[in-house]
Design a protein around this ligand. Sequence first.
Ligand SMILES: *[C@@H]1O[C@H](CO)[C@@H](O)[C@H](O)[C@H]1NC(C)=O
Ligand SMILES: *[C@@H]1O[C@H](CO)[C@@H](O)[C@H](O)[C@H]1NC(C)=O
Ligand SMILES: *[C@@H]1O[C@H](CO)[C@@H](O)[C@H](O)[C@H]1NC(C)=O
Ligand SMILES: *[C@@H]1O[C@H](CO)[C@@H](O)[C@H](O)[C@H]1NC(C)=O
Length: 514
Amino acid sequence: MASFNFFCTIFLVSILVYRAVVVAKDCIPRHYGKSSFVCVCNATYCDDSPMVGDLAAGQATLISSTKADARFRITNLTFVGFSNSLLANQIFIDPSVVYQKIIGFGGAFTDAAGINIAKLSILAQQNLLKSYFGSEGIEYGLGRVPIGGSDFSTWAYTYDDFPGDNNLANFSLTREDFFFKIPYISWAQSFSVKPIKLLASPWSAPAWMKSNGKLNGKGYLLQEYYQVWAEYIVRFFEEYKKHDLHFFAVTPQNEPADGNIPDFPFNCMGWTPEQQAMFVGLNLGPTLEASGFGSIKILIMDDQRLLLPKWAESVLSHPVAKKYVAGVGVHWYSDLFTPAAVLSNFHEKFPDHFILATEACEGDKPWQPAVSLGSWERLESYAHNIIEDLNHWVTGWMDWNLALDEGGGPNWAGNFVDSPIIVNKARDEFYKQPMFYALGHFSKYIPEDSVRIGIDLIDNSNFFGTAFKRPDGKRTVVLLNRSNEDKLIMLIDRERGSLEFTCPARSLNTVVYG
Ligand SMILES: *[C@@H]1O[C@H](CO)[C@@H](O)[C@H](O)[C@H]1NC(C)=O
Ligand SMILES: *[C@@H]1O[C@H](CO)[C@@H](O)[C@H](O)[C@H]1NC(C)=O
Ligand SMILES: *[C@@H]1O[C@H](CO)[C@@H](O)[C@H](O)[C@H]1NC(C)=O
Ligand SMILES: *[C@@H]1O[C@H](CO)[C@@H](O)[C@H](O)[C@H]1NC(C)=O
């Protein structure tokens, strides 16, 4: 490994030398069809995300992205005391009503993301990672890392595909970790002003530990391997620690319900809530603690919200599991069929366990195109879902692959989807999709430990919003207008006065005020 670390050091040093002077740069748009546009970045150019500097009392910054022409367009505004324009749509902000504390926003360092990033020239790679993690970017604070392979890998593997290796003597990270995950996580960290909180999730145990002897399809962890599997997960944390990568949380299984489905096409492993409770309470929890990883939070479920409340309730009501569980991970793929009220209901029953949205992507349904360049509709579905989740006690929202190719891959099982960043190797370019800006409107302006506060929208037809008090005392309000006309808004904060501005048709807006 020494030679690899040496290579990384040289690589990082040479990058720092090339770091350009920071100036505000606008989106270079490229239009596809009639929807909207992407912003084109390459080795020498990439648009940045506006910083909100110090705001004097009464000053506000409006950041708008629109279907028609804007990405992160800045407008300076001033509070005007209390006025009562009858023409405007009123929005009331009530900072005296407080809800959950925010953990953050982010995406996943999958094999596919790293494989795509690696196709770009070094300077373009740097622009891509800075776009997500740098102070000139959208300042992601979270990163999810698959433990071993997922469907977004070029082959199906685990870290120990040696049948009967019960002592994990042959456990080893793979080429994917060394070339496509570890270097990019470390590099992203070097651009970030705060520690990136890493969340780890396994897709499947080695086939020889499972009832069906395969990484996919319907199959379960055999009882005699529960402890070996807990040790395998700890080995992953030990190996990443050698590269100075530390995790804040782990989910015991990505989508535990997938492995109950016959012929499920990609890496999965089935668990009932009772089985997950036993594994967490008797194996994973104690083994993490005994090996010095007791501070890593365990998030159960990591699956569709439609499993709430029953699935999480039965794990949390299990006497051995409860003390090890910090929260619940939810994915968005069934949200069309499950009202967000299940999230609030969960919160009311388990107020000490937080909810984190751990995976989402567009283009996953059979009737949808995988990648849709420039799709404004996908910005709207992201922003709408993030607002809905935040307004129902969710503490943060994680996207899936950080970058994919123009076909939405690679994916060994053919499960191609969309990503906020699409890489075009042939032109050494990458495209920031509208979804990238959807995440940025929240990620950059709602820092960790912000607290959600009250918001009341008078017109709530096709209009959605959420509001926060930040640790620096500023307030952030995010507003989505999905309809086709501009509208005058009057934002009224009982402690500040009122602020008048226009929410353009088909727009996503962030207002930050002092
Ligand atoms: C990179 O993008 C900038 C801005 O669009 C453009 O001026 C430049 O020619 C591009 N570089 C290459 C190599 O295409
Ligand atoms: C907004 O105000 C800041 C200073 O507070 C200034 O630097 C910036 O140029 C202004 N932006 C616009 C678009 O007026
Ligand atoms: C470990 O891997 C080697 C081949 O690289 C193999 O010969 C050996 O049997 C494996 N050990 C176990 C315990 O599976
Ligand atoms: C959004 O636009 C629609 C027009 O289609 C308008 O009726 C609605 O009031 C607008 N909402 C806001 C708050 O801008």
